[in-house]
Design a protein around this ligand. Sequence first.
Ligand code: NAP
Length: 285
Amino acid sequence: MTAQLIDGLALSRDMRAQLGQRAAALTAAGRRPGLAVILVGDDPASAVYVRNKVKACEEQGLHSVLERYDATLTEAALLARVAALNADPAIHGILVQMPLPRHIDSHRVIESIATEKDVDGFSVHSAGCLMAGLPGLRPATPYGCMKLIESTGLDLRGKHAVVIGRSNTVGKPMALLLLQAHATVTVCHSATPDLALHTRAADVVVVAVGRRNTLRADMVKPGAVVVDVGMNRNDEGKLCGDVDFPAVREALGPEGWITPVPGGVGPMTITMLLVNTLQAAEART
Ligand code: NAP
């Protein structure tokens, strides 16, 4: 018997249906939630991500604006667009798709987004709120991972969670959210000498590295929950995660849980972006 699947598509569908109702209530009150997405350049993967985000907004009745600019857009021009959206009352959330062309300072752009519209949760203010346990907008991917873990029914209090990866957008906020849920958290990264030493003792493993087969069957404990954030291509060019999925699923046994790629973290990331946009719109009085 293999581990049970944590179905990110099904969870997303349920959550988005509820979000649609919240959006309709706000719209009826004259406050239709609005998200602006800015894409600079022609990176094909980024173009797909922003299209999916805008489509998800439209499906749930949110107002959405997609602004596409050539890769030659200057930093000053981008900052001016963000400033205009900061002042636009129809827009409650602003997302600038990363990565930006090299001549633009991403940090400066992120910091230029009004705090209350930072639906990606990447600003220093949002990161600080998470760190301090204060209310705020949480980064969508780790926030979605928390919902996926919650959906298994696991109570994280006192559990040992291992996060592999320490990026500012996934690994670090993931560790903080798990800590907030009273897990004992270990964060591993490229300088961790023996990953398996940590993961074999873990009740929950979140893998956010960007390298296939980072988590293998001999690295997990039966009954654990595994969340695979990675997005890679296998030898056939198909989307795959950071986990050796079939072997790890087998090793986790019937008491274990695992997210698939695709159909796990990806759809939840978009769903939590909508959650954040609604939260931002509801907070506006
Ligand atoms: P990132 O900024 O490149 O960070 C990768 C992390 O993995 C770093 O902290 C790095 O450690 C660590 N790492 C690299 N090699 C390692 C190894 N051999 N053992 C242990 N740790 C190792 O990537 P990211 O933005 O966090 O994204 C991670 C993955 O998630 C990517 O595949 C990305 O495409 C995917 N992703 C998916 C979604 C989604 O919605 N599904 C959203 C965001 C990201 P150091 O810090 O020491 O370098």
